[in-house]
Design a protein around this ligand. Sequence first.
Ligand code: NAD
Length: 264
Amino acid sequence: MSLTPDAAAAPRGSRLAGRVAIVTGAAQGIGAAVVDLFLDEGARVVCVDHNPESLAARWGAADAAHCLSVTADVSDEDAVARSVAATVEVFGGVDVVVNVAGIAGPQTPAGDTPVEEWDRTQEVNLRGTFLMVKHCLPSLVARRGAVVNIASALALVGWPDESAYGPSKAGVVQFTKSVALDYAPHVRSNCVCPGAVRTPMITSVLEGTPDLERALAEYGSIHPLGGRLAEPHQIADAVLFLASDDASFVTGIALPVDGGFTAT
Ligand SMILES: NC(=O)c1ccc[n+]([C@@H]2O[C@H](COP(=O)([O-])OP(=O)(O)OC[C@H]3O[C@@H](n4cnc5c(N)ncnc54)[C@H](O)[C@@H]3O)[C@@H](O)[C@H]2O)c1
């Protein structure tokens, strides 16, 4: 018996040729690394972020034929609907949506977590992911597209003082699976669960720490593989895999990219 793959692997540099992608949280960190890689792989990309200054600083000079910036807060349904409509108007549809936008939320146990901060963490991390997928689905179904959400290793294991962030990311994992089941075979839906990554988010969490480099090294030491922080491009590589035809028979997974952290 011979097995025939659905699609032959595309060569490097063209794995997203002809595809249109929306990437949220695109102004910096993991989102910016995803946009960089997607553009290198031939996609046209709509960069969504709620911070217009950082969007302009990062993508203002990009080639407008391939890269469009849209300012939107992903927790605001009207803003999400407008960003998807702009994508359809300019590039004709959506083949891939990558939900990267997220906030760290308060670093506190439940009893010390302000309700407004708990709510805001769910609104950005979970509701924002839901809204973007919901509004992209008509196009994703029509074009046999892919969803890639960024959850976290902290969706898979408990961690002290993450009473808001951990649940928001665990919700992203379950939402990812729900979309995978409800929209197969038309749409694939997967998520990536990074360990600690060197981005502005992790630096802001450690703000005020007297020895920042040492604190970053301690975060890095949770990863058996290398004992250091991941770099954003290492997360982007996993996102590309899940977004491309290389993952044509992969749906409903939560892929740890965490240097072995959740294996311990
Ligand atoms: N850095 C890590 O160690 C790490 C680990 C696991 C998971 N993650 C997840 O990866 C994603 C990206 O993290 P990062 O480290 O690159 O963060 P970051 O803070 O460096 O970048 C996040 C981006 O999202 C944007 N954003 C925030 N709230 C938004 C909103 N309401 N609407 C639109 N855009 C918004 C920010 O402006 C920023 O550009 C997040 O979902 C985060 O939870 C990060």
